[in-house]
Design a protein around this ligand. Structure first.
Ligand SMILES: NC(=O)c1ccc[n+]([C@@H]2O[C@H](COP(=O)([O-])OP(=O)(O)OC[C@H]3O[C@@H](n4cnc5c(N)ncnc54)[C@H](OP(=O)(O)O)[C@@H]3O)[C@@H](O)[C@H]2O)c1
Length: 221
């Protein structure tokens, strides 16, 4: 039941902290291995560091807490290792232009979830999750009282659903499934109606508010 976290930056670090606080073992990998090792040391016996390949090979669940372009590179390199794994994708279709300005990197209407899912082997269990809050809110929003903050997710896969429900709860949040891969874009920045920085206008929502937000902009089928 160990979770691999690839990336220990703004998203990977608080996620690792919350999961360990919720008794979930983690294996950490980064570009610079010393960063993963330093965080593992800080987090204690439930955390260890490894290379990206070993972290993926040794676990059943992999969180790609890296930028979309890096996810593409890593999947291209390690696709066979991802077969039968639950793959959790918090990415957004965002990157930086030559002036350092943040820009959308995919055409309007195309989600980064659809890109990542299409690159995975057929046996992988894909879920879009852990990216609906800004990094600061993710770091500070765990175990809120009296009502937990919701983390939305989207997947078509039953195994991924079971895993992400468990991990979101362990991390101190309330899970809410919005739908399948087809709605992943609602959970992504910029502009997703269920992203904290998009349609939620900075708000952190509890389960009632989250259900209302999902229903408010649901496209009739
Ligand atoms: N920041 C946010 O508020 C936010 C919110 C929601 C979703 N997201 C999404 O979450 C993802 C991560 O964002 P972030 O802000 O956490 O990024 P970040 O702070 O820049 O961290 C990126 C991490 O990726 C690692 N990395 C880069 N290249 C790698 C490689 N080849 N192999 C292994 N690890 C590699 C880096 O390793 P080193 O530590 O060694 O440099 C770093 O730990 C992005 O897709 C982003 O769109 C971000």
């Amino acid at each position: 039941m160990t979770t691999a976290l690839i990336g220990v930056g703004n998203v990977g670090r608080p996620l690792a902290q919350h999961l360990v606080a919720g008794d979930e073992p983690v294996v950490l990998a980064a570009k610079d291995r010393s960063r993963a090792e330093a965080l593992a040391k800080e987090l204690g016996p439930l955390a260890r560091a490894a290379s990206v390949e070993d972290a993926i090979a040794d676990t059943d669940t992999v969180v790609f807490a890296v930028w979309l372009d890096t996810i593409k590179e890593l999947i291209a390199k390690d696709a066979r290792l991802l077969d039968n794994k639950v793959v959790i994708d918090p990415s957004n279709p965002l990157g930086f232009d030559e002036t350092g300005q943040m820009i959308r990197t995919l055409p309007e209407g195309q989600s980064s979830g659809s890109v990542v899912a299409a690159l995975l082997p057929a046996g992988a269990h894909y879920v879009k999750a852990f990216g609906t809050l800004g990094a600061n809110a993710l770091a500070s929003g765990a175990n809120r009282e009296p009502r937990r903050v919701v983390l939305f997710y989207a997947t078509d896969d039953d195994a991924a659903t079971m895993t992400i429900d468990r991990l979101i709860r362990a991390a101190g949040f309330e899970p809410l499934k919005v739908g399948g891969l087809a709605v992943a874009g609602r959970l992504e920045a910029p502009g997703g109606d269920l992203h904290q920085g998009g349609g939620l206008s900075g708000r952190l929502v509890d389960l009632d508010e989250a259900r209302a937000a999902v229903a408010a902009s649901e496209v009739p089928t």
